[in-house]
Design a protein around this ligand. Structure first.
Ligand code: NDP
Length: 252
């Protein structure tokens, strides 16, 4: 019999969206035979208590992956927490060692959402090499690593953010447009080139309904391929987390 693979998931507080994500990850683990171990801590847990838990999970030989569900309560410094996770168990690939490895193109894990986006682009059949790739958003968990992965595949990459001038013009240049802004229907059809591949990372709640950053109905008429929300990047992100957990187990 092969080795059992274990993912430890830490959730602090009672954020309802975080609870949904953690439950989804536990379901995914169960579906593919990974053992998940939930550590649910109260919202008043101190940073020291959380770091001590991470130390104990780092030390356990039966734990392959450690994931701390973000966001954390305001009194806890998320960067300190991420830094404390053994980088070989860092299945989110947020630890600076893993971030640095992505920069130099020699990585063990890729961050789940950008890696999922890369799979979706590959699935569209469109080659990235030499293409104009525009990433809207520059967060550490999506935009920046996304740009780096597209660059590794020889795309010509532009990163946009809230200070970008003439955003619509820049977006219209994109053969591949990845949007991670966090604003419902932010990208409209007039901002999209005919035949573009459009990847919508956004997950926004509107009247209780999940919707993306792209105005799907109008943009789908122009795009060669477009991801829906829900049902696009989200499930791919979850799948990559499972892949990273298996990788972590293999690495050890
Ligand atoms: P952040 O809030 O960390 O980053 C948002 C980015 O959008 C920032 O770089 C910001 O620019 C930029 N931005 C904001 N307003 C504008 C504007 N008017 N024009 C251009 N750029 C703008 O968000 P995340 O990266 O964490 O997430 C983005 C979205 O993706 C959210 O909806 C989130 O829920 C979703 N998400 C989905 C995941 C999935 O699995 N599907 C996983 C992770 C996130 P600046 O830096 O200048 O402030």
């Amino acid at each position: 019999m092969g080795k059992e693979i274990t993912l430890a998931v830490i959730i602090v507080g009672d954020d309802s969206a975080s609870r949904v994500y953690v439950d989804g990850k536990k379901r995914d683990c169960a579906e593919i035979g990974i053992k998940s171990e939930e550590h649910a801590l109260s919202a008043d847990t101190t940073e020291q208590e959380l770091l001590a838990l991470i130390d104990s999970l780092n030390a356990r030989s039966d734990v392959d992956g450690i994931l701390v569900q973000l966001p954390l309560p305001k009194h806890i410094n998320a960067q300190n927490v991420i830094m404390r996770i053994d980088h070989q168990k860092d299945v989110d690939a947020f630890h600076p060692i893993n971030v640095g490895k992505i920069m130099v193109g020699n990585f063990s894990f890729l961050p789940c959402t950008p890696a999922g986006v890369m799979e979706l682009i590959k699935e569209s059949g469109v080659s990235i090499e030499g293409k104009e790739c525009v990433v809207v958003g520059r967060s550490n968990i999506v935009g920046k690593p996304q740009a780096m992965l597209l660059l590794h595949e020889n795309g010509t990459v532009t990163i946009c953010h809230s200070r970008t001038k003439n955003l619509a013009d820049v977006c219209r240049r994109a053969d591949i447009l990845v949007v991670a802004v966090g604003k419902s229907r932010f990208i409209t059809a007039d901002m999209v080139k005919d035949g573009a591949v459009v990847i919508d990372v956004g997950m926004n709640r509107e009247d209780g309904k999940l919707c993306g950053d792209v105005d799907f109905e109008s943009v789908k008429e122009k795009a060669f391929a477009i991801t829906p929300v829900p049902g696009g990047v989200g499930p791919m992100t979850r799948a990559i987390l499972m892949r990273n957990t298996v990788t972590a187990a293999k690495l050890r």
